[in-house]
Design a protein around this ligand. Sequence first.
Ligand code: SF4
Length: 346
Amino acid sequence: MKEIYPAFYKDFKCIANRCEDSCCKDWDIDVDSETEKFYNTVQGALGDKIRSLTVTDEYGERVFRSTDGRCPFWNQDMLCDIYIGIGEEHLSRTCANFPRVKVDYVDFRENILSFACPEAARLMLKADNAYADFGGDDELSVSEDSEDFMSFLLKARSRTAKILSDKTQPFAYRLADCLEFNAQVQSLLDGAEPQPLDLDGTEYEGLDFIFEMHDCFEIMSEKWRKALAEVRKKQNELKIRADFDRDFEKFAQYYVYRYYLEAVNSGDVLYSIKRIVCAFVVTGLMDALFAKQDYPLPRMRILQRYSKEVEHSYDNTEMLNAEFDKDERFSAENLIVILESLVQRP
Ligand code: SF4
């Protein structure tokens, strides 16, 4: 299988106890069956503690439950007792791999880093043109053949990534172009004739529904909940800063490479783009608020925390996609009008 890596991948190194938002914080930790089998043989107090703290979660997975926002094996020196006690080779797959993510697509595998890791986020924000583009520039045409379907999606993803990196326009306009382009792609996938979107009948009716939805999400950090509430309250006074575009472009490229090809199963290319729009609105306005407050949380942390709170939650992602399906306010037309209004704010 062909393995594909972004340019920054090899530069990643975990910074362990110097990490400002460790992966040992807030999350339950998956314990895969092979690792659990080994843990069942560990003697002494550590073995007993591991066994007593391995439980089955609501999805039927075996996990170490986060207690007071911490993995129970993350000690006061912010180091891992399992790593210290029985060695790195006996960490569960989740712990050993994070933030490395492998996504398999039959003929090839894409290896990326998760934005939820602060050190990986720093690398991604520094990198330019880091993702391999193998979509080509040919015309898009859909075929029933699954190999051709993947090559169609790769071309569409490549065009999407190019639109997002067109620095001649504010990022909100690039995102609006992306919605328009992918609405056409979606028409092709649905077997319909692609038509330009008709925006004439769409009035700007506010963007509070995006915050309302984020309020309903499962939220791990109280600080994040408070920040969201404050941005929601002040949303109409805030304007996304021009220099936010540079950093958000990297975040958006990450999303595109991580999620666009999910359409191979869902048949929907707009899910991933609409998720980027939601992330842009929430993090862009939070960045604008924090800029006025001298950044209580740096911009990298706003994007990283969004990834940790929203992107990495299966339930939150499901809720987003379900709302995209049933709430007309998430139509491509309405989101374009919202994006344009953000640029036009005085
Ligand atoms: S979040 Fe990243 S840098 Fe921080 S402890 Fe986990 S892997 Fe290491």
